[in-house]
Design a protein around this ligand. Structure first.
Ligand SMILES: [Zn+2]
Ligand SMILES: [Zn+2]
Ligand SMILES: [Zn+2]
Length: 130
């Protein structure tokens, strides 16, 4: 039963102009991955950094706001000039912020959206250990 493939959604490192977030060193995610078991695979889900909420920037200068766990609606004016069709459920980001829990901590998971299924790659085992 437990021979499901371990998959992960690999996103490129975030870009920004200010200093990197000291907590995640600019990666936007922690070194932990959260195991999320589905019917077909074990997803190794990235855990968003609490301090920068996912963009990797310490001061949010020139950061990629699409990486923030909480989306500001103003970042996405809903008008006809939006040429990227994207995915309606994730705004083309490819993931959703999702609450996850360990024994004593609440985590914000970068849960892959169903539209990224084809982009999931085998998780690198080295990343799963602390
Ligand atoms: Zn951070
Ligand atoms: Zn930011
Ligand atoms: Zn999607």
């Amino acid at each position: 039963m437990n021979n499901l493939p371990r998959l992960a959604l690999e996103l490129p490192a975030p870009t920004f102009t200010g200093p990197p977030c000291p907590s995640c060193k600019g990666k936007g995610v922690t070194d932990l991955r959260y195991e999320w078991t589905t019917e077909r695979a074990v997803l190794m889900v990235d855990v968003l950094c609490d301090d920068c909420t996912g963009c990797g920037s310490a001061d949010h200068q020139g950061c990629d706001t699409a990486r923030h766990a909480e989306q500001d609606q103003d970042d996405y004016p809903d008008d006809d000039t939006n040429e990227e069709p994207g995915c309606p459920s994730c705004d083309g980001r490819g993931w959703h912020p999702l609450q996850g829990f360990t024994e004593d901590t609440m985590l914000t998971l970068r849960m892959p959206c169903g539209c990224t299924e084809e982009q999931l790659v085998p998780a690198r085992e080295a990343r799963t250990s602390r």
